[in-house]
Design a protein around this ligand. Structure first.
Ligand SMILES: Cc1cc2nc3c(=O)[nH]c(=O)nc-3n(C[C@H](O)[C@H](O)[C@H](O)COP(=O)(O)OP(=O)(O)OC[C@H]3O[C@@H](n4cnc5c(N)ncnc54)[C@H](O)[C@@H]3O)c2cc1C
Length: 327
């Protein structure tokens, strides 16, 4: 992809962080990097991902419209892959031509949705924090899917009113980013540092019991036995407890102390939307600024983020084509 950009006359700049936008008369004319370099631009695509909190705050401080949106938060559940194979294939041993089994689970608890996210058969739980003193976990599967574990995010839908009414956060900012960050920071403290993640066996979690031992886990920095009720907001903890019991009724063997829950799965989607005009794809207040991809709230996952990028690029190409024709 980098070669393609360069072959088309583009440049790829590493270690150049955007720290400011240059705006004149509500039109963006460039960006400024942390080294003080100004990069002039006729059009700016803002595709900084769902973890660029500094960019969200920058937009907010500059009174550029940006809004909090619902997101999801929870834990990553890891079972032995063999257990999931047995439950899904309904046999004792998976046949040699069958792939490691996956699953997809959804449950409503007290009018709140709980769902499995990014299930990784034969996978690995990965550290995915983007700032110091936070624990964020995610998951991935190697192409052979040959790890002995099956992991999946199990997350609770978080509506804005949940955060405002039921939050344990004392520090609610208009973008609700503190809510997400505080959970991640509590997870860091509970894990005991060095990126160790707090964890609890599934049945113990539902019975409010700190696990005396933990099973082996694919999360490489290691896990620490913790009471996850001290990490998760109470309403999320409560909804997850009920959901795991219900999931056990849907999938035989799922609700088991052989499974371990690792906190926190907090970046399934962006907590913020950067508005844009449906026709021009530009920010409604700032001309030539194109919010794009997952961080702007228009995608969730690799393919939809790529397609949104393509859409914005084609919009700019057609606009610039018209400009060039007019010269
Ligand atoms: C471990 C893991 C596994 C995943 N597995 C899957 C999967 O199997 N399938 C799937 O569909 N999705 C998966 N995802 C999610 C997927 O990676 C994202 O949905 C996707 O990358 C979003 O694309 P994006 O271009 O919008 O943002 P990103 O890929 O987050 O790109 C944003 C870029 O902007 C840069 N940036 C941020 N701030 C600044 C700044 N101030 N100045 C300059 N640059 C900046 C960042 O460094 C980054 O390179 C996974 C994510 C993780 C972490």
């Amino acid at each position: 992809m980098r070669d393609q950009i360069i072959n088309c006359g583009g440049q790829v700049l590493f270690d150049q962080k955007v720290v400011d936008f240059i705006i004149h008369n509500n039109t963006i004319t460039g960006v400024k990097t942390q080294m003080g370099v100004v990069i002039d631009a006729d059009q700016v695509i803002l595709a900084t991902g769902h973890s660029a909190r500094d960019i969200f705050y920058l937009l907010h401080e500059k009174n550029i419209l940006i809004e909090a949106k619902p997101f999801a938060l929870g834990v990553r559940a890891e079972h032995p892959q063999e257990l999931i194979d047995k439950a899904q294939y309904k046999c004792n041993t998976r046949g040699e031509f069958l792939p490691p089994a996956s699953y997809s689970l959804v449950q409503q608890v007290s009018n709140t949705g709980v769902f499995s996210f990014c299930m990784c058969p034969g996978g690995i739980i990965a550290p995915a924090a983007t700032a110091p003193n936070e624990i964020v976990v995610n998951g991935w599967s190697p192409s052979k899917r040959n790890n002995p574990y099956a992991n999946s995010g199990i997350v609770v839908q978080v509506q804005l009113e949940d955060v405002i009414k039921r939050s344990i956060s004392k520090n609610i900012d208009p973008l609700l980013l503190h809510f997400q960050q505080e959970v991640e920071q509590r997870a860091f403290a509970a894990g005991g540092g060095l990126l160790k993640a707090p964890a609890q066996r599934m049945v113990d979690f539902c019975n409010n019991k700190v696990s005396a031992t933990l099973p082996k886990c694919s999360y490489l920095p290691g896990i620490t036995s913790s009471d996850l009720s001290s990490v998760l907001p109470p309403f999320i903890h409560h909804v997850l407890q009920k959901a795991f019991i219900e999931f056990g009724k849907k999938m035989k063997g799922y609700y088991t102390n052989e499974a371990v829950l690792v906190a926190t799965e907090s970046r399934t989607s962006s907590p913020v939307r950067i508005p844009r005009d449906a026709e021009t794809l530009q920010h409604p207040q700032i001309k030539n600024l194109y919010p794009c991809g997952e961080g702007a709230g228009y995608a969730g996952g690799i393919v939809s983020a790529a397609m949104d990028g393509e859409r914005v690029a084609m919009m700019i190409a057609s606009k610039m084509g018209d400009t060039l024709k007019g010269l």
